[in-house]
Design a protein around this ligand. Structure first.
Ligand code: ATP
Length: 664
């Protein structure tokens, strides 16, 4: 059901809109509904209710029904126009302050505060008295310009909160312009609040006009419900027993207020789809995928990369978080290449710098994170030096990103379809047929029913939302997708389904994937190649099957032992004793030294760490493979490390060769 249809199917809308419509029709068709001029003095004073005068007459012989009908015109005009002007001012100033921030925010905030502390009623009275006699417009202007500040403050706060939400950040990151972010991402989420603001301001205007007229400050020669009250009070209507003269405009104002309030609630519900709509369909689609298989070397991309055939080339990347207590060097001299269509897994303990690496390489690192050195080249473009505009053009088209909390980037008040379209439209795809066809194709690819395109995010389960985000990330068929624990927040079954789909999709589309997770056994299933990070450094890189069969670095071995095997009997797993060194400190030698079962004191803790190439596809940053260390010493150390390193060395026929150059 569309938003408008849903709005008009609510009882509140029907009642509130019905009352408002009746009041409007009363004003519009006043000349038809009554034969009398509201200002005509042709009747007797204080005539009681009768067929000729259903609401009696005033002290000076005016027909009260005519006054009520004609009075609706000006009363509604004051409410609508003053409400509109005040709301426009509130939205414009509130959003400008929140979106631009800095001195603009401070200046607008100061203005809001000034208007809030000004005593409203006396100000309105003085201003109205000053402008008296100019008809209804001075009253409208005075009410509008004194009634915007509260709304601006509330809308500013809401916009500030929305600006930090993931879906707004994602829209900014995906290159949407400021206007589009404000009008497409932020404003729809504030519809309820803006509507509330409008109806609140309109009600304030109607009541202010009535109050001003009642005390005789407005233009009492006009016929409004306020001036009716003024004259009724001035001529002692209640003392004369002519209660209907007071009750009629009072009831009109009360009904108008009720209709505004009901419409306000109804629109609020429309702006917040969680409050309405059909029961969510949370049935997950059935995956139609084959059982995952352990990689076979013949099927895999082989890591024989040279810089010229790499799609993504990270060279000597250094990233730090500059804090008051020093710089946390979270990524240290990392070099990684990813070939076109390759699935590179990145694993390591929590806090070893995986996310920092992903964020820095894709230019999404927020302060205090800073790139301290190195280069990131994607298909010949140095991503680290691209201007924001160039980056906007490249992101989503050349590479896209899916993170653990990616499902939060979905805007809660927009249908999934609009959000999938948005990503494509921001990059120049506007043909409705193409958008439609592509969206359906993407949804089939990631295993979601096409009907979910017309759902709101809250109507989908977490797994489905994450698939939607993956579909959006695939929308422009980027050459590379970086996925940082994209399924960690989901249950194991859904995780597996999604991972199988990612694997399938990237094979079909030939997209390269950098996949980050703690779960090494999962990576072994999915990856062509795996890089292991420890304390900000890449300590081992190898084809997945080789790493699984014979991990070379003692840390990789221990990491593998910490996860259950993919087959065989269940055994108790042990964690890795000890902790990584603090990344804010300079590490001399190997950062794994203190925890390593094969450590060689006097070597590993004193020499600057080097990376050794074991064969054309494997490298390891460990002195156990340093030809400069006597073989006997290395063998003894390997044996100490439970002997498994020797097995590994035999299996991969380790022939330590040249140390790779490492940037300092
Ligand atoms: N804003 C920050 N300020 C200071 N240090 C930070 C900040 N963010 C991360 N760090 C530090 O940087 C290091 C790397 O963190 P990062 O999140 O990249 O690791 P990770 O391997 O992705 O961990 P996880 O798997 O838990 O996400 C950690 O030591 C962390 O404490």
């Amino acid at each position: 059901m569309t938003g408008v249809r849903r709005l008009f199917s609510q009882p509140r809308t029907l009642v509130g809109g019905g009352i408002l419509l009746i009041l409007l029709l009363m004003g519009v068709f006043a000349p038809v509904l009554t034969p009398y001029n509201p200002n005509s003095l042709e009747f007797d004073s204080f005539m009681p209710l009768s067929a000729k005068h259903p609401l009696g007459t005033t002290a000076i012989g005016q027909d009260i029904l005519s006054q009520l009908l004609y009075g609706a015109r000006l009363t509604l005009l004051v409410g609508a126009v003053a409400g509109l002007i005040a709301t426009t001012l509130s939205v414009a100033l509130g959003l400008t302050a929140a979106y631009l921030g800095g001195w603009v925010d401070e200046a607008i905030n100061a203005l809001i505060n000034v208007f809030l502390v000004l005593p409203g009623l006396p100000l309105v009275i003085i201003a109205s008295a000053f402008l008296r006699g100019g008809g209804v417009w001075p009253v409208i202007l005075v009410i509008s310009f004194t009634g915007w500040a509260w709304g601006a403050r509330v809308l500013r706060s809401q916009a500030l909160a929305l600006r930090e939400r993931d879906f707004v950040q994602a829209a900014v990151a995906s290159g949407e312009g400021a206007g589009r972010v404000i009008f497409m991402e932020i404003l729809p989420n504030m519809a309820g609040l803006i509507a509330a603001n409008f109806f609140g301001a309109a009600l304030y205007a109607v009541l202010s006009e009535a109050g001003l007229s009642f005390i005789g400050v407005g233009d009492v020669s006009l016929v409004t419900w306020g001036t009716m009250l003024y004259w009724a009070q001035a001529k002692g209507a209640l003392l004369q027993g002519a209660w209907w003269w007071v009750a009629t405009p009072g009831l009109g104002i009360a009904l108008l207020g009720t209709s505004f309030a009901l419409l306000n609630f109804a629109i609020d519900e429309l702006g917040n789809p969680r409050l309405a709509g059909p029961v969510p369909d949370r049935r997950a689609p059935k995956p139609k995928l084959a059982r995952p298989q352990l990689a076979q070397s013949g099927q895999r991309a082989v890591n024989t990369l040279t810089p010229s055939d790499a799609l993504l080339s990270i060279q000597g990347l250094e990233v730090g978080y500059v804090t008051r207590t020093g710089t946390v060097r979270a990524v240290r001299n990392v070099s990684l290449d990813v070939a076109p269509g390759e699935f590179l897994g990145l694993a390591g303990e929590s806090g070893c710098g995986k996310s920092t690496l992903a964020f820095a390489a894709t230019r999404l690192l927020d302060p205090p994170g800073t790139v301290l050195g190195g280069a990131v080249d994607l298909a010949g473009r140095d991503l680290l030096t691209l201007s924001p505009e160039e980056l906007r053009r490249v992101r989503w088209k050349e590479f896209s990103l899916v993170f653990q909390a990616s499902m939060n980037v979905l805007n809660p008040v927009l249908k999934i379809r609009e959000q999938v379209y948005d990503a494509m439209q921001a990059h120049g795809v506007h043909d409705k047929k193409v958008l439609d066809a592509r969206s359906c194709e993407l949804f089939r690819l990631v295993g979601i029913r096409e009907s979910s395109l017309d759902a709101y995010p809250h109507q989908l389960s977490g797994g489905m939302k994450q698939r939607v985000v993956i579909a959006i990330a695939l929308a422009l068929e980027p050459r590379l997708i970086v996925m940082d624990e994209p399924t960690t927040a989901l249950d194991v079954v859904v995780q597996r389904q999604i991972l199988q789909e990612i694997s399938e999709v990237r094979r079909r589309l030939g997209i390269a994937v950098v996949f980050i997770t703690h779960d090494l056994s999962l990576l072994v299933e999915m990856s062509d190649r795996i890089a292991i990070m420890y304390a900000g450094e890449v300590v081992e890189q190898a084809p997945a099957h080789a790493l699984y069969r014979s991990p070379a670095h003692p840390y990789t071995r221990q990491l593998m032992q910490a996860f259950p095997p993919m087959s065989g009997p269940r055994v108790r797993r042990s964690g890795i004793p000890g902790r990584p060194p603090p990344l804010s400190e300079t590490v001399t030698g190997c950062p794994f030294f203190a925890r390593c079962a094969s450590r060689m004191p006097g070597v590993c803790d004193v020499r600057p760490l080097q990376t050794f190439l074991l064969d054309e596809a494997r490298s390891v940053a460990c002195f156990l493979y340093d030809p400069a260390v006597p073989p006997a010493v290395r063998e003894a150390a390997q044996a100490l490390g439970q002997g498994s390193a020797q097995v590994a060395a035999k299996e991969v026929r380790l022939e330590p060769v040249l140390p790779l150059p490492r940037a300092t």
